[in-house]
Each structure stands twice: as structure tokens, then as C-alpha cells.
Design a protein around this ligand. Structure first.
Ligand code: C2E
Ligand code: MG
Ligand code: MG
Ligand code: MG
Length: 285
């Protein structure tokens, strides 16, 4: 911000602003360095069917393993990646790495699991996105119906027309579309009807206190019921306790993910733990 005010102007920093600018600049250069050196990794969090508690898929969640700063979660860099547009490059890497991993899992372990990938609005605005995705799907021989693209609710509420057009193209490709963090963006289920969605993910903030906050409890229950009427499958995020699991099972929520089942883990740990270990589901062999 200060930069655009030009030279020669007295520029009085509020220390907080200065810090924010510094953080941004530092993070941006760290991101460029990390893209160049391949410091990113994908972690995978298993998604379970609530009824049978069998694994149905995984969500890919990006991590940055920096030689000096250690393992960083997206909260530390995703905002800056989006603001600077670097998310387009990073997102392309995530897509390719995720599909490569999925093709390996499908070929050697379990051809029925889904992979969810988070997509930011900058990526959807990028003209090449759909073509790049199409190319990668064919390169890794992935059936598009096993790829779930997650788009946040707030994203759907902005730049609606273009987003809708891209979503329709993705739908025609055969991908599944999911709304992420539902409940945080104040949109209604009827508003969602205009988008070609397959899955709705209820935000963690509603699941966290589902057993203590009666409003959230009622909301989640209503969302699950109405989603069924709209033909949307539901995933609850942030299931941490057995009690929450039970509550959600009683509400007939189809799928869940959260620390109760597993934290996001590296790919090889996911393979060992969920696709070939003792935890492998009996029906998936
Ligand atoms: P998200 O897509 O809503 O992902 C769920 C987040 O909740 C993940 O955080 C996950 O680790 C965390 N989580 C899952 N279960 C639990 C639980 O039971 N308790 C608690 N407290 N947390 C749980 P993470 O990995 O830090 O990712 C944060 C956000 O960063 C994601 O939220 C997503 O919006 C974004 N993100 C992650 N990877 C990518 C990516 O490749 N591309 C883009 N554009 N965004 C990404
Ligand atoms: Mg997500
Ligand atoms: Mg989410
Ligand atoms: Mg979230």
C-alpha cells in the first residue's frame, strides 16, 4: 500500500501496518523461493462414511516444508499466495501432485477412493484452469468423477457469473464440485441451487460445539435434511469426538472428516495406514 503512494510523499507507518507489509513481503519471497525449490508437500486427511466408518476418500492439504522455518500450514501463507497470484502456480502444483498420488492409489490400492482438492477463486479466474485440469486428468488417467474440487462458500458469493460458467465447464468434464466451509458465508441453500454442486461441507465451527450449542445443532440438522432434498451429499468437517460422531450419525450425515478419525498425514503414512494396513476396510480389497 505504501509503495503505491509514490516517492517524495511523507509516508507515516503505523507500526502494525508496517509489520503486516513486512510479513507480506517476506512471505511472498518465501513463496517464490519455495515454488522454485519444490518445498511444498501434500498432506492427506481421510474422509469417512459416517454410517460404516469406512474410508471413502481424502482431502489434499498443502504444507510448506521450509529448511529454516520448518513445516508451515496454509494459514501462514495461503492468503499471501492468493493476494499475489502465486496461488495459480502453487495450485497447479497441488493439482498435479494430488492427481499423481491418486492415480497411484487407484492403480495399486483402491480404485474407489475420491480425492478432494481446494481451489481458490484466482485459479478459477485463470483462463487456462479448465484446460490444464483436463490435460492432467488424462495424463494420470484419472476418471474425473473421482476428483472433487472444493470451492469456498464466500468465493461463490463473489464474482458469481464467471465462477458459475467455469463450474459448468468443470461439471461437463465430469468432476464433482463441493462447497467448502458452508455456513460461514451467509448464503442460503436456495442460493446454492444455481450452482452445479454435488457435495456440501459443513464448516468446522458448527461441528465443534454441536453438542453444546443448540442453535448450531439445529442448523446442522436442518442443513443435512435440506441438502438431501437438493440432492447434495454432506461432509461434516472437524469431527473431533465420539459424541460429535454419534450426534452426526443420528442426523444421518453421510460423511465426515476430523481429528477423531485422523489429522492430515503424509501420503506414505496414508497409504500404510488406510490403504494396506490393518485399518484397510474389509470391502475395499
Ligand atoms: P479447509 O479446506 O476447510 O480444510 C480443513 C482444515 O481443517 C485443514 O486445515 C485441516 O487440517 C483442518 N482440520 C481438519 N479436521 C480438523 C479437526 O478435527 N479439528 C481442527 N481443529 N481442524 C481440523 P489446514 O490444512 O491448515 O488448511 C487450512 C485451509 O487452507 C483449508 O481449509 C483450505 O481452505 C486452505 N488450503 C489447504 N490446502 C490448500 C490448497 O492446496 N489450495 C488452496 N487454494 N487452499 C488450500
Ligand atoms: Mg477444503
Ligand atoms: Mg473446509
Ligand atoms: Mg475451513
Amino acid at each position: 500500500r505504501a509503495k503505491s503512494e509514490g516517492r517524495g510523499r511523507a509516508c507515516i507507518f503505523v507500526p502494525e501496518d508496517e509489520q503486516r507489509t513486512l510479513h507480506r513481503v517476506n512471505t511472498e519471497s518465501m513463496l517464490r523461493e519455495s515454488i522454485q525449490n519444490g518445498y511444498f508437500e501434500l498432506y492427506y486427511q481421510p474422509v469417512f462414511a459416517m454410517g460404516t466408518q469406512r474410508i471413502v476418500g481424502a482431502e489434499a492439504l498443502v504444507r510448506l516444508r521450509h529448511p529454516e522455518r520448518g513445516l508451515l500450514a496454509p494459514g501462514e501463507f495461503i492468503d499471501v499466495a492468493e493476494d499475489t497470484g502465486l496461488i495459480v502456480q502453487l495450485g497447479e502444483w497441488v493439482l498435479e501432485e494430488g492427481l499423481r498420488q491418486l492415480s497411484f492409489w487407484h492403480r495399486d490400492y483402491d480404485s474407489s477412493i475420491y480425492l478432494s482438492i481446494n481451489v481458490s477463486s484466482k485459479q478459477l479466474q485463470d483462463n487456462r484452469f479448465v484446460r490444464t485440469l483436463e490435460m492432467m486428468l488424462s495424463r494420470y488417467r484419472i476418471k474425473p468423477g473421482f476428483l472433487i474440487l472444493e470451492i469456498t462458500e464466500t468465493m461463490l458469493m463473489h464474482n458469481t457469473d464467471h465462477t458459475l460458467e467455469v463450474m459448468n465447464r468443470l461439471k461437463r468434464l465430469g468432476c464433482l464440485l463441493s462447497i467448502d466451509d458452508f455456513g460461514t458465508g451467509y448464503s442460503s441453500l436456495s442460493y446454492l441451487q444455481k450452482f452445479p454442486l454435488d457435495i456440501l461441507k459443513i464448516d468446522r465451527s458448527f461441528v465443534t460445539d454441536i453438542d453444546t450449542n443448540s442453535t448450531h445443532n439445529a442448523l446442522v440438522s436442518a442443513i443435512i435434511t435440506m441438502s438431501k432434498a437438493l440432492n447434495l451429499r454432506v461432509i461434516c468437517e472437524g469431527v473431533e469426538t465420539e459424541q460429535q460422531l454419534e450426534t452426526l450419525q443420528n442426523m444421518r450425515c453421510q460423511m465426515g472428516q476430523g481429528y477423531y478419525f485422523s489429522k492430515p498425514i503424509p501420503a506414505d503414512q496414508f497409504t500404510l495406514g488406510y490403504l494396506c494396513g490393518a485399518l484397510k476396510t474389509p470391502s475395499a480389497s
